[in-house]
Design a binder for this molecule. Structure first.
Ligand code: HEM
Ligand code: HEM
Length: 286
């Protein structure tokens, strides 16, 4: 419940910020670029104007904080007990999705010079982040958000099988879950993976539905029903994630290899962009 409130809060803040900034500058952004200097709000709305300049500073700060806090939490052992890694990733996504949107408003939808390189790197990194997040959730993790080893996955699968096998529906329920995933073919090419991963998600949904029906037909008490469904659900999700695990890990590795260098180029060109603007005398409100 607390997690849902937390996510709702992040969505609410991001949604409100985008709507407010979008409505506030709507007439400026929809005016053709050559006519903008004749608008009364030009001096505040142009990229170096107090308002849009401020959006650039806030957006870039959000991205910088979002990247450093996640990387630090992930790498510094002393911080590993500080909340789940997945919560930190949610904050990373919040800051690094809202930040780039504010930066796009900062540019007032026009891009030139070295800042354009930073802009397109930023857009590519944020867009590729969505693919990364999709792959990230396909990898089994423990409660702290760290990847499970093969041994830990097998132990967990055994534990779930044994507990389900001791229920009135027994090994029949375990087989029902496992067999449903056998029909998924191995991908010939890495790019086929996305189609297969979506197919796996649909299979998981169908299996959970079938399991719910099997449990409902048995004559168990409400409490037994709930705990068996929880176990069956956990096994279904874990089996789903193991089907293409090796390929997902490979793809996630390649994804990291693209995501990171683009981030570096973005920050280097951002530093150049900020230095140039400061040298030109654009100091914002300082
Ligand atoms: C990732 C972050 C950022 C990106 C991608 C970005 C991108 C851009 C782009 C595309 C423009 C418009 C260039 C044009 O007029 O064609 C611009 C203008 C500008 N940006 Fe940024 N910006 C970022 C962050 C910042 C920050 C943090 C500052 C200030 C410290 C800043 C200060 C400015 C200023 C002053 C201008 C106006 C320059 C002029 O009119 O000559 N930007 N930026
Ligand atoms: C300009 C925006 C963004 C930048 C600069 C950025 C940068 C980074 C960096 C540097 C990492 C590597 C962290 C590490 O391993 O130390 C990372 C990881 C990640 N980011 Fe982003 N990111 C951005 C936006 C996004 C967005 C919008 C999403 C999702 C919608 C996202 C999802 C992820 C995921 C899933 C990981 C992998 C986490 C892991 O392997 O532990 N990112 N990001």
């Amino acid at each position: 419940m607390a997690h849902k409130v937390f996510l709702f809060f992040l969505f609410f803040v991001a949604g409100t910020a985008i709507i407010v900034v979008g409505i506030n500058g709507f007439s400026y952004y929809t005016t053709p670029i050559p006519q903008r200097p004749f608008l009364p709000e030009y001096n505040t709305m142009k990229p170096s104007g107090n308002y849009s300049h401020g959006l650039g500073i806030i957006g870039a700060s959000m991205i910088t904080i979002g990247v450093t806090m996640y990387s630090t939490r992930k790498r510094v052992k002393k911080l590993w007990n500080l909340g789940k890694l997945s919560r930190w990733l949610e904050v990373h996504i919040f800051l690094c999705l809202l930040g780039p949107i504010l930066v796009v408003f900062h540019t007032t939808f026009k891009a030139g010079g070295i800042a354009a390189i930073s802009l397109w790197c930023m857009v590519s990194v944020a867009a590729s982040g969505i693919i990364g997040r999709f792959l990230y959730v396909q990898i089994p993790r423990n409660l702290k958000g760290s990847e499970l080893t093969r041994q830990e996955i097998n132990n967990e699968l055994d534990r779930l099988r044994d507990e389900i096998a001791h229920s009135p529906l027994g090994i029949q329920l375990v087989n029902k879950i496992d067999e449903s995933f056998l029909a998924i073919p191995k991908p010939e090419k890495l790019l086929e993976m996305f189609g297969l991963l979506i197919r796996l998600q649909n299979t998981r949904r169908q299996v959970k539905h079938a399991v719910r029906e099997m449990i409902a037909k048995s004559r168990m008490t409400g409490e037994q029903t709930r705990s068996l469904y929880k176990l069956a659900s956990a096994r279904t999700t874990l089996v789903q994630k193991t089907v293409l695990l090796a390929q997902v890990e490979k793809l996630f590795f390649y994804w990291h290899a693209i995501h990171l260098p683009f981030t570096v180029i973005m920050f280097i060109t951002l530093a150049a962009h900020v230095s140039v603007t400061v040298l030109l005398g654009y100091r914002w409100i300082f």
